[in-house]
Design a protein around this ligand. Sequence first.
Ligand SMILES: O=c1ccn([C@@H]2O[C@H](COP(=O)(O)OP(=O)(O)O[C@H]3OC[C@@H](O)[C@H](O)[C@H]3O)[C@@H](O)[C@H]2O)c(=O)[nH]1
Length: 379
Amino acid sequence: MDPANTNQSYITVDHVGQPDQDTYFTLDVLSKFYLTPHHKLNKEFLEKELYPHIKRVKKCDKKRILVTGGAGFVGSHLVDRLMLMGHEVIVIDNFFTGSKTNILHWIGHPNFTLMEHDIVTPILIQVDEIYHLACPASPPAYQFNPIKTIETNVIGTSNMLSLAKQVKARFLLTSTSEIYGDPLEHPQKETYWGNVNPIGPRACYDEGKRAAETLTYAYQTQEKVDVRVVRIFNTFGPRMDENDGRVVSNFIMQALQNQDMTIYGDGNQTRSFQFVHDLVDGLISTMRNEFTLPINLGNPVEFTILELAEELKGFIGSESKLVKLPAVQDDPKQRRPDISLAKEKLDWEPKFSRQQGLLETIQYFRQIVEADCEATRRS
Ligand SMILES: O=c1ccn([C@@H]2O[C@H](COP(=O)(O)OP(=O)(O)O[C@H]3OC[C@@H](O)[C@H](O)[C@H]3O)[C@@H](O)[C@H]2O)c(=O)[nH]1
């Protein structure tokens, strides 16, 4: 990528977490996992550096942590961080959208367990904390099998809450900005109840997550389960699936291959994107905090989809054309989080600029495109 295209008008962040805390790591420790091409992760990398160095934790501070959806995009970054922090991590994933490649570097580590399991079926595991992420998150993926999506959100969440009750674990639900629907309040505060179409194509996800929130607080009130809820706004980063269908991965893959960049609608709809490492900081802070009501986690810098396309095209130096396709039904016209609550309760706000995050994400996808080209050449 041509650095001249980036304007370099942003501050580069070289770490995640808080400098004086166990969550602190330099970015290169994490990026080695996903910027190392996958074929190298399989061979030289794992042979030379069998397992990444993890922090030593006193036995009494070491937790058994369940991450549902831990092989997915966000889940795998959370797993990296919890493993590096020295905890014991159990991943449950049905691999519908998750991938073993995302967590390959931990397989076989004594602190790590991977279980292929669908949370729609109950399971009993002794754990201290549950990060509940399992659910397809990209609109094409969650609309592919809407019955399964709502079952995952309702039956799956109910099973995980029941597990939390049985083993007395703290439970964190990852809800979504989609519960605000096509919002009439802007920016969105946690107090806003939303504008959701209950029978539209997005309902399996947004109504599913709304029901998951309802279940979570029902378990808190009725069964005294110790719960946390975060509402995650648009997030991007390395390990998004190249065929995921969300805008950042679509645009980067298209621009890298000089294909048409597909704008749905007029491109004036807005979003606010956070880099995945900021989100992981927010998830861990929420789990540790005593505040139990929903908290927005997102980056409040808002821009249009057209601006995003132009920016990515410029960063990549692509010859792609921007083409306008019909708008998606019920597509929210605007979205931006109010993060005052996260600042007040968690002392959290995003550290990474969009530019730095996008450049690292481009680097990740570039290696995938190059590997695909190489495979095609060899076949
Ligand atoms: O190729 C594309 C893909 C998407 N888009 C548009 O870009 C915007 C963002 O689309 P995405 O699919 O990335 O994400 P959405 O905002 O629609 O949904 C997301 O919301 C928050 C999260 O919970 C989920 O990750 C996801 O459901 C939409 O307006 C969409 O129509 C394009 O213009 N072109």
